[in-house]
Design a protein around this ligand. Structure first.
Ligand code: SAM
Length: 288
């Protein structure tokens, strides 16, 4: 039975193994059973599912995953947690723990071996210091994904969900929304974790689009344009593109392309929708 979400049980196992929290690994363990149940429910885990958990910690959420999924692979970087996981996950025969940095794991291969290449579910209470590389790595490396249900910093969850005209809108919003439909499931206060983080957190579910929502001819070019626009947020789109080392286009081509989009030349990148970035990259791509 999943028992670690109860604070006393977490404290007992940490003391038994003389565990020291490592700040550099973003270790804040969940100690709230309601939040754990909510994550499992939001991820829609069933006995058909193969689940990848990133950063199991002492195995708190892993226990819930083992009870609800067909098979679980949990990737944990901190070797001091491996003996603890050996004990807390001993009752389950459908889990494998890999002691590795998630950024070094070949997840495409893992999905092939463990799930016949069918879309997997990813669930994690993420180490906040590498949230963006983990999410973008999952989307960009063509891992077959059904959904990613994750705990992130509240501010990051907001950034993933918003559209143009808000201060949080940026390259992360556009990238996430290109690949998936983001939905914030719950806000989670610091007292649900041990130790308490300094910031609020949120659970967000990213459901992968079956087909991408915009018609873009060159994805890489679109993301270069997006990065260039938001690198210099307070500048106009034209200046942002002009100043970007990643894009080598004449001022005239940039201006013509923006005009071709039917928007004023003074527009800022932060005012453009995903559809407009896709169209702009198609216009520019044809001129290159
Ligand atoms: N899932 C546990 C829970 O909810 O209580 C722990 C969550 S804690 C926020 C993040 C976990 O990710 C820690 O156990 C940490 O050691 C692990 N971690 C940090 N960086 C990692 C990486 N690059 N690869 C794999 N695990 C990592």
């Amino acid at each position: 039975m999943a028992t670690l979400g109860i604070p006393q049980n977490t404290i007992a196992i940490l003391q038994k193994y003389h565990f020291n929290f490592q700040k550099k690994f973003g270790q804040n363990f969940l100690i709230d059973t309601h939040v754990l149940e909510k994550i499992i429910e939001a991820a829609g885990i069933t006995k058909d599912d193969f689940v990848l958990e990133i950063g199991p910690g002492i195995g708190t959420m892993t226990q819930y995953l083992c009870e609800n999924a067909r098979e679980v692979v949990a990737v944990e970087i901190d070797q001091n947690l491996i003996p603890i996981l050996g004990e807390t996950l001993a009752p389950y025969d459908n889990v494998t723990v890999i002691n590795e940095d998630i950024l070094k794991v070949d997840i495409v291969r893992l999905a092939k071996e463990k799930n016949g290449g069918r879309p997997i579910k990813v669930v994690a209470n993420l180490p906040y210091y590498i949230t963006t590389p983990i999410i973008m790595g999952l989307f960009e490396s063509y891992v077959p994904i059904d959904s990613i249900t994750i705990m992130v910093q509240k501010e990051v969850a907001d950034r993933m969900q918003v559209g143009p005209g808000t201060k949080d809108y940026g390259a992360l919003s556009l990238a996430v929304q290109y690949y998936a439909k983001p939905e914030i499931i719950a806000n989670v206060p610091p007292n649900c974790f041990m130790p308490r983080p300094n910031v609020g957190s949120a659970v967000i579910r990213l459901t992968r689009h079956e087909t991408v929502p915009v018609a873009v001819e060159d994805e890489k070019l679109m993301f270069k344009l997006i990065r260039a626009s938001f690198n210099q947020r307070r500048k106009t789109l034209a200046n942002g593109l002009n100043n970007s080392p990643e894009i080598r286009l004449s001022k005239e081509i940039i201006q013509e392309s923006i005009a071709g989009l039917g928007v004023p030349l003074t527009i800022r990148g932060e005012a453009l929708t995903l559809e407009q970035f896709a169209e702009l990259s198609n216009i520019i791509g044809r001129k290159m």
